[in-house]
Design a binder for this molecule. Structure first.
Ligand code: PGA
Length: 247
C-alpha cells in the first residue's frame, strides 16, 4: 500500500513539518506502508534534501514549463534537485484555478522526462443516475494520457478523487462497493491506453475524506493500491493512526 500525504497548505511551518516527517520515519519501521510526503515546495526543499529514510517526497504540482524566464514557476527539474520523486498533477484544486487537460498532459510529460513518478488526479464533480460520471473520468484519463508515449503512460499513477468527497469527513467519502466499481472501470480505460496487459500493474489510489475510521474499509475489497490523503495527513496523531489502520 502507498499513502501519499498531500499537506496542501495545511502545513506552513518547519516545526510541524519536521514533526510529521519524524512520525512518518517511525512508521516506516513498524509498517510496510510506503509513505510519500507532499509538502508545500519550500518545506519539501527543507525536509527532503537531507532525507535518508524510507519516506519519499512528492511535489503538489509541477510547472508546465522547463525553466528560463518564468518567475514563480517551480519546474520538475528543481523538484528533483530538492529530493522529490513523485509529483501530484491535475489535482482538482489546481483544475479549479483553470488548469486544463492539455496543461496537465504537458506537466505529466515534464515530470516523466525528469524521472519523477506522476500521480494523475481525476474525479467527477457529482454522481448522476445515468453514469455520465464514468464518461467524465474516461475523458480526463484519455485527454491527459493520450499525448504520452505508451512507455510514459505505463509509469503514471492514477489518483481517483471524486470532488464531492474531498475535504469532508469519513461519512461523506465513497463507499467501498462504489470504489471497487470505479477501480475496475479505471483499469479498463487504462487498459485501452497501455500496451498489452500492463494496466494490471498500474497503481490506483483513492482520495477524498480518507480518515482513520474509513481507511481500512476502503482498502479492504476495493482493489485500490493506496490513498491520497489531505486533511488527515496534516495532523501527526491522526496520520499515525491512519497508517496503523493499514498495517
Ligand atoms: P482530503 O483531501 O483528504 O482532505 O479530502 C484529499 C485530496 O484533495 O487530495
Amino acid at each position: 500500500m502507498l499513502i501519499v500525504a498531500n499537506w496542501k497548505a495545511y502545513v506552513e511551518d518547519l516545526k510541524k513539518a519536521k514533526k510529521l516527517l519524524a512520525v512518518s520515519k517511525r512508521l516506516t519501521h513498524v509498517s510496510k506502508v510506503n509513505i510519500v510526503l507532499a509538502p508545500p515546495a519550500p518545506l519539501l526543499g527543507a525536509l527532503a534534501i537531507r532525507n535518508k529514510s524510507k519516506v519519499s517526497f512528492g511535489a503538489q504540482d509541477v510547472s508546465r514549463t522547463t525553466g528560463g524566464a518564468q518567475t514563480g514557476e517551480v519546474t520538475a527539474q528543481s523538484y528533483v534537485a530538492a529530493g522529490a520523486t513523485y509529483a501530484i498533477i491535475g489535482h482538482s484544486e489546481r483544475r479549479a484555478l483553470g488548469e486544463t487537460n492539455t496543461v496537465i498532459s504537458e506537466k505529466l510529460a515534464h515530470a516523466l522526462a525528469h524521472g519523477m513518478l506522476p500521480i494523475l488526479c481525476v474525479g467527477e464533480h457529482e454522481r448522476d443516475g445515468e453514469g455520465r460520471y464514468l464518461s467524465y473520468i474516461r475523458e480526463e484519463l484519455t485527454a491527459a494520457m493520450g499525448p504520452l508515449t505508451p512507455k510514459e503512460r505505463v509509469q503514471v499513477i492514477i489518483a481517483y478523487e471524486p470532488l464531492w468527497a474531498i475535504g469532508k469527513t469519513a461519512t461523506d467519502a465513497i463507499q467501498s462497493g462504489d470504489l471497487a466499481e470505479m477501480v475496475l472501470y479505471i483499469r479498463k480505460v487504462i487498459g485501452e491506453l497501455l500496451p498489452g496487459k500492463s494496466a494490471r500493474h498500474t497503481t490506483i489510489l483513492y482520495g477524498g475524506s480518507v480518515e482513520p475510521s474509513n481507511i481500512r474499509g476502503l482498502a479492504g475489497s476495493s482493489g485500490v493500491d493506496g490513498f491520497l490523503v489531505g486533511h488527515a495527513s496534516a495532523d501527526p496523531v491522526v496520520f499515525r493512526e491512519l497508517v496503523k489502520q493499514l498495517s
